[in-house]
Design a protein around this ligand. Structure first.
Ligand code: MTE
Length: 320
């Protein structure tokens, strides 16, 4: 990001390639250790210890929603990122720019109750309780590749529902061509909003209507088979896996249907660096670094970046 400090020497000691079918089991570290062989023994032990220390705060949730059934339509060609790694490596500038500390700074952030305002060019505007919205949709689990513009990547199982399911309920008018979304604006609950007052808070993002209604576009309320922890954007966030991660706005409080392409948080700050569309593309470097490869946060390994992050089949036609 424009003002992100990237710790280039960041690397994990453990090389845990978590088998997908056992990720829900806390004991998967032991199994991964067995699969990884003796060379990974020390690192895997460190992983066990880290898992024990991991205190992901689990917000209240309606019983029975998690885990949701996995949608098998979106297979992924690499192992899941272990949860304790993804949960401690977050971009959530409202709290801090230090990825490793976001999860420690969310105590005061209130996520229950939660309401979402639907506004703009839409037949059914209003303020909706998240709990009521969730009663009208079916949650599913989707394992997606996730790629940050900073060239780190992970693979995580989100739980959520297609944004299209909400759009169908609120019925945008034909003149609505874009969707704009906003995060909360609560400096008293999010220390980064106070200490970094130069940012144009609240965080805001946007999609075209065809992107918003694409089958891949998810509103996620959970991850790793349980309700979303705060550091990942509880209680509800966007996930657009073919775009750089900054499009996936967290902790959404407002969705607005508009006629013209909106400005966005990062585009406003650095228009030459953070494009509105922000599709993952190995051939288009960021002005300050290459996008040809990405670093897996699970292992530190560098692997080639895929066009549209591997989702060309679902979204390639949108961009001609
Ligand atoms: N949403 C808000 N409100 N604030 C943020 O700082 N960071 C974005 C995105 N959504 C961000 C946000 C960026 S740059 C990334 S890479 C992802 O969140 C990171 O999501 P994760 O922490 O769940 O991995």
């Amino acid at each position: 990001m424009a003002f992100v400090h990237i710790k280039k020497d960041w690397a994990l000691e453990d090389r845990l390639a978590t088998p997908e079918n056992v990720y829900m089991n806390r004991r998967y570290f032991m199994k991964a250790m067995g699969l990884a062989g003796a060379g990974a023994l020390i690192g895997a032990s460190a992983g066990c210890e880290a898992a024990e220390k991991l205190k992901v705060e689990m917000p209240e949730s309606m019983p029975g929603l998690y885990p949701a059934t996995r949608n098998a339509k979106y297979p992924v060609d690499r192992p899941l990122t272990p949860e304790h790694i993804a949960a401690r490596y977050n971009n959530f500038y409202e709290f801090t720019t230090d990825k490793g500390r976001v999860h420690r700074l969310t105590d005061k952030f209130v996520i229950n109750p939660w309401q979402i305002e639907i506004a703009g060019e839409v037949e059914n505007p209003g303020i909706y309780d998240l709990d009521d919205l969730l009663k009208k949709v079916t949650l599913e689990e989707r394992v997606y590749r996730f790629r940050c513009v900073e060239a780190w990547a992970m693979t995580v199982p989100w739980t959520g529902f297609p944004l299209k399911a909400l759009i169908d309920q609120v019925q945008p008018k034909s003149k609505a061509k874009y969707v704009r979304m906003f995060t909360f604006n609560r400096p008293e609950q999010a220390p980064g909003m106070k200490s970094q007052s130069w940012y144009p808070w609240p965080y805001f993002e946007g999609l075209s209507m065809v992107e918003a209604t694409n089958e891949l576009t998810l509103l996620a309320t959970g991850i790793y088979g349980h309700v979303m922890p705060k550091q990942h954007g509880a209680p509800i966030r966007l996930v657009t896996p073919w775009k750089y991660g900054y499009k996936s706005i967290k902790s959404i409080v407002k969705i607005e249907f508009i006629k013209r392409k909106p400005s966005t948080f990062w585009n406003k700050l650095a228009p030459d660096e953070y494009d509105f569309y922000a599709n993952v593309n190995p051939q288009v470097p960021h002005p300050r670094w290459s996008q040809a490869s990405e670093r897996l946060i699970s292992t530190g390994e560098r692997v080639p970046t895929k066009m549209y992050n591997g989702y060309g089949e679902q979204v390639g036609h949108l961009y001609g």
